[in-house]
Design a protein around this ligand. Sequence first.
Ligand code: NAD
Length: 499
Amino acid sequence: MEQIGHWIDGKRVSGTSGRVADVMNPATGEVQAQVSLASKAEMDGAIASAAKAQKAWGATNPQKRARVMMALVGLINRDMDKLAEAISREHGKTFPDAKGDVQRGLEVIEFCIGAPHLLKGEFTDSAGPGIDMYSMRQPLGVVAGITPFNFPAMIPLWKMGPALASGNAMILKPSERDPSCPMLLAELCQEAGLPDGILQVINGDKEAVDAILDNDTVQAVGFVGSTPIAQYIYSRATANGKRSQCFGGAKNHMIIMPDADMDLAADALVGAGYGAAGERCMAISVAVPVGDETADRLIEKLVPRIEALKVGPYTAGNDIDFGPVVTAAAKANILRLVESGVAQGAKLVVDGRNFNLQGYENGYFVGPHLFDHVTPDMDIYKTEIFGPVLSTVRAASYEEAIGLAMDHEYGNGTAIFTRDGDAARDFANRINIGMVGINVPIPVPLAYHTFGGWKKSGFGDLNQHGPDAFRFYTRTKTITARWPSGIKEGAAFNFKAMD
Ligand code: NAD
């Protein structure tokens, strides 16, 4: 049985806590590896050693750090298939989708090559007589990234790239469900020239996370995962004086206006609702057609598309549409919520409950489900299902549709499908949600913009990647320098205007 330990000070080491978790093969339900769960002592040791290494790294000029990012881009491209295979094997997503996971993380590393530019401060010449004022962005020291199972390459890279390029050392605590890809990324960072100790990958669960949150050396915590854990980590990290940004769950609505191209909308919904088995924080889980006629046309287009979806293991080839969900518990939770939808009166138009894949009876496959006539009081509407289940809520008007999205507690992403530019502009302006698509179902911003949800989908300040990430991982120091010429004045005891 493969044993996965930690990556500390530039090498793979075995865990010493005596605690491990099983890493499952979601397609077969078999245990394929065991991952160490770090103790507080192991975490504290890794943090102390990162702090020592960070001093030289923080003092390295930004262009040299950027060159490490440049080399890393080449190495990730070289090993793209190997990384994607590690993801598919442990997460279960299809191979092309796993490559997309790596690619979207890689793009953030490409952006980080611009670190010297992003880290430039501001300068005011002659802010007063003989006085210059300037600011510099300095690394925080040791920072932490705590990441979810659903993007084991992309989200660790979102955290690592900006943190390391800014001159910090990072403690990465990836998901214990699919730890192999983050370990491979750490090896690639070393090959790219990152000094030992600057990236420590410490596997673990709550004990490891709490050790990060309570360690005074850790200056900032970036988290992505479910909302209850995001809120918990944000509270504890900030109570301990750390900078923190914690991104949580989602319930993304897509509004379909009567004038929308219904084939385009149906194709978009199927990809965004069922891709990666619905295990994406930017998945569309609620379709909101405006008007009964629109709803009827949409359902008519959706049903054959959903019934034609191919569900299977990633090993079955690239024409599989989605794979299993991540754990037996996730599967049970999805099916429980589907039952609650039926019991609470929603109409199950496509019923995936009896889905069975021959030869993979013990895998965590869930067939696609489509609900119609869902209402806001139902559990399937209120809860993030994180599975291949799309709910349709029929709205009588545009105002009712936008109101639904605005009143939902989550605010990660949303989309509107329409041919009416006025409606689209109004939607983009008024909606209280962080990422908005107009005729685009999964509006994940590119690396040079920023990613972040509102309401219960994001706690803290600043977004992920883009310039915000460089602000999050640095602090600003402002210097007022006076090199007087001519007659020297005496001491001043009041705040002086620069005259
Ligand atoms: P999760 O909250 O269970 O786990 C996330 C991380 O927190 C993992 O590293 C895990 O080990 C750790 N953790 C779990 N329980 C903990 C506890 N009690 N105390 C301390 N740490 C704990 O999330 P997940 O199931 O891995 O990921 C799926 C969730 O992530 C979904 O809700 C999804 O919407 C969300 N997500 C959000 C975004 C975003 O940017 N908003 C992106 C991807 C995923």
